[in-house]
Design a protein around this ligand. Structure first.
Ligand SMILES: *Cc1c(COP(=O)(O)O)cnc(C)c1O
Length: 221
């Protein structure tokens, strides 16, 4: 547990150094600590260290861990970073403060309907499949502008960010550059990109959220 806290402080310091190196304002890159597969006891030391932004990639796993953690730390901000099924939209809107993985019209419609029903308003990001990988979630990058426009105009959703996961074993730089360019063109402020292995590159390309799991919590085995 102490090791987790040490790694958290180290990553935080590295992010601060990278902000400086790239002329980014201090605090402009926020860390999403990804606790997937780790239990609540493993996550608590990072909360006790004062960190508040966390990510989970499965709705059901978050449902098991986070209601208790949120009781103790009501200002925690929980991000959904994994694929979302429309039958989990109600639970996702209830549990998460930021949903980063909107990537289909059906999901956009389900989320919009739940936002109207529940007195909650999570921030929404659109996931872009920058590598056009068939097995990966996210919209085709050629459709980003159309999809964002439909989210806004048909479903009345505010799209505040874009998110991507570049293909494994590929230079991530061009993928981060593409996401940055699309966000600029669409007037979207937040860029969620960069994980344990590539977050320094993502920060160079303007990431405002980096999603880091194993570099803080250790390998998922
Ligand atoms: C697991 C996961 C991460 C964190 O990955 P690490 O390599 O452990 O830092 C980031 N983003 C998404 C979408 C994930 O599923």
């Amino acid at each position: 547990m102490e090791e987790t806290e040490n790694r958290f402080w180290q990553i935080s310091a590295e992010i601060a150094a990278l902000e400086k190196e790239h002329g980014r304002p201090s605090g402009s890159v926020r860390l999403v600590a990804v606790g997937k597969t780790f239990d609540a006891a493993a996550i608590r030391p990072v909360l006790h260290a004062g960190h508040r932004i966390f990510g989970e990639n499965r709705v059901q796993e978050a449902e098991q861990k986070w209601p208790d953690l949120k009781t103790d730390f009501p200002d925690a901000e929980l991000h959904l970073i994994g694929p979302l099924q429309s039958n989990k939209a109600a639970l996702a809107v209830q549990l998460f403060d930021v949903i980063e993985t909107i990537d289909r019209e059906k999901i956009a419609a389900a989320i919009a309907s739940e936002i109207r029903k529940q007195a909650r308003k999570p921030k929404l990001f659109v996931q872009v499949n920058t590598g056009n990988e068939p097995q990966k979630a996210g919209i085709d990058p050629r459709d980003t502008a159309d999809f964002v426009q439909r989210c806004r105009e048909v479903h009345g959703l505010e799209v505040e960010g874009l998110m991507c996961i570049p293909p494994l074993n590929e230079n991530p730089g061009p993928h981060f550059a593409l996401l940055q360019k699309q966000a600029r063109q669409l007037g979207i402020a937040e860029l969620s990109m960069g994980m344990s292995d590539d977050y320094p590159i993502a920060i160079a390309f303007g990431a405002t959220f980096v999603r880091i799991g194993s570099a803080i919590f250790g390998s998922r085995g």
